[in-house]
Design a protein around this ligand. Sequence first.
Ligand SMILES: *[C@@H]1O[C@H](CO)[C@@H](O)[C@H](O)[C@H]1NC(C)=O
Ligand SMILES: *[C@@H]1O[C@H](CO)[C@@H](O)[C@H](O)[C@H]1NC(C)=O
Ligand SMILES: *[C@@H]1O[C@H](CO)[C@@H](O)[C@H](O)[C@H]1NC(C)=O
Ligand SMILES: *[C@@H]1O[C@H](CO)[C@@H](O)[C@H](O)[C@H]1NC(C)=O
Ligand SMILES: *[C@@H]1O[C@H](CO)[C@@H](O)[C@H](O)[C@H]1NC(C)=O
Ligand SMILES: *[C@@H]1O[C@H](CO)[C@@H](O)[C@H](O)[C@H]1NC(C)=O
Ligand SMILES: *[C@@H]1O[C@H](CO)[C@@H](O)[C@H](O)[C@H]1NC(C)=O
Ligand SMILES: *[C@@H]1O[C@H](CO)[C@@H](O)[C@H](O)[C@H]1NC(C)=O
Length: 395
Amino acid sequence: MGRSASVFQALLVFLITIIETQWSSVSGMYCADMASTVYRPHSVTITEFGAVGDGVTLNTKAFQNAIFYLNSFADKGGAQLFVPAGRWLTGGFSLISHLTLSLDKDAVIIGSPHSSDWPVIDPLPSYGRGRELPGGRHQSLIFGSHLTDVIITDSSTNVCISHCYVRNGDDVIVIKSGWDEYGISFAQPSSNISISNITGETGGGAGIAIGSEMSGGISEVRAEGLRIVNSLHGIRIKTAPGRGGYVRNVYIANVSMHNVSMAIRINGNYGEHPDNNYDRNALPIISNITIQNVVGVDVGVAGILEGIEGDNFSSICISNVSLSVQSRHPWNCSLIQGYSNSVTPESCEQLRTDCEETSICYDGGSSLAVGSRASIHNKPSANILLNSLLQLVSL
Ligand SMILES: *[C@@H]1O[C@H](CO)[C@@H](O)[C@H](O)[C@H]1NC(C)=O
Ligand SMILES: *[C@@H]1O[C@H](CO)[C@@H](O)[C@H](O)[C@H]1NC(C)=O
Ligand SMILES: *[C@@H]1O[C@H](CO)[C@@H](O)[C@H](O)[C@H]1NC(C)=O
Ligand SMILES: *[C@@H]1O[C@H](CO)[C@@H](O)[C@H](O)[C@H]1NC(C)=O
Ligand SMILES: *[C@@H]1O[C@H](CO)[C@@H](O)[C@H](O)[C@H]1NC(C)=O
Ligand SMILES: *[C@@H]1O[C@H](CO)[C@@H](O)[C@H](O)[C@H]1NC(C)=O
Ligand SMILES: *[C@@H]1O[C@H](CO)[C@@H](O)[C@H](O)[C@H]1NC(C)=O
Ligand SMILES: *[C@@H]1O[C@H](CO)[C@@H](O)[C@H](O)[C@H]1NC(C)=O
């Protein structure tokens, strides 16, 4: 439905300073660990492989060749590929294990607008089929599977996404973990995800989205410092009967929105199933979602929050939110329960629970222990998260 077309029409521009940064926000807590623990004895610069950062030259071969070369250092302590300042146009390329992909402060990677530069590959086992295509799927711009020890993220379930500018036609940042019966049986959650200082613009998607494929479970997500402009949705959680799984312990704070049609949207009837074999009774559990310190101007609707019949979404907490909204019906809530405080325009009655905020609201902090080391076990999850992350940069 025009979706894959928009993927390629969208000119992807993103800017990441992934490592060698002193993280100023507490939400960068995983990040600090990752950057400092891994030293790569071998390093090359993409220009050594003929790449030209003029925004016009297609550099797919240079990326592929550089990574092919660096593969020989995988068992010698790993290697780093450095991308200096410039505008680097490329088609899809694949990462390898024991690699640090280091983008300079002003390095911009631009995805090719031609679909022929994005190879079609097998679907993920947790998806059963391609998401946009019936058989395979288009490879992400920066792709990896069955990898360990990659920095963009490190080899753990901990992921950090920080200091990015993303403009595209789909969700700016999206966290997923498998689709219906495939995701349930694959059972690899996405968790411990830290997101900070992101500016995003998306006519057709959300600034930050969770789901709709979340059947492996998603938890411990902390996002802070988001600027969302000229977008359809600001913050979005999507799911449906048949997904199973859970989304819990999500903390999103310090968000500004400008010209956003729908500031907050949670919906339990997103639909879209891989095939007809999904279990209609597999209901997702959505709870402990905190959204706070949000300012929005030029917003269409404040929030549409809809749970699932017989499966209320619970502990949805919205506080210190101020939106200048055009609609005369700013909030529309059903089948959800939670708490709100200092919300303008006044939130829906389902969120006006009379209780102590601290007792029901996830505070984003305690479970994400500050300064703890990223654990190196559970590598399959790392790959799933890597896919999630790279999906971020490819759509
Ligand atoms: C946020 O990220 C932008 C790049 O998009 C960077 O220029 C800026 O310095 C970052 N801000 C902070 C407070 O780290
Ligand atoms: C909010 O996020 C912005 C970046 O978007 C950052 O500069 C600022 O320090 C953050 N404020 C707080 C209170 O976290
Ligand atoms: C507001 O955002 C939409 C995309 O959602 C865009 O088409 C429109 O041009 C923007 N309006 C302004 C005034 O920038
Ligand atoms: C409410 O949100 C605004 C804007 O994000 C922020 O500046 C302010 O410090 C927040 N107030 C409290 C009490 O957290
Ligand atoms: C709220 O949503 C329901 C179902 O999605 C719809 O029927 C109703 O008209 C909406 N109410 C308002 C005030 O927008
Ligand atoms: C579900 O939430 C609604 C409010 O949205 C509430 O009226 C209803 O009692 C809740 N159902 C259960 C089973 O808790
Ligand atoms: C929800 O958050 C509260 C407060 O942070 C915490 O005590 C509780 O264990 C969380 N619930 C779940 C299901 O994780
Ligand atoms: C998430 O992070 C916490 C604190 O850093 C850690 O104890 C926990 O093991 C991590 N969870 C996973 C699945 O890696």
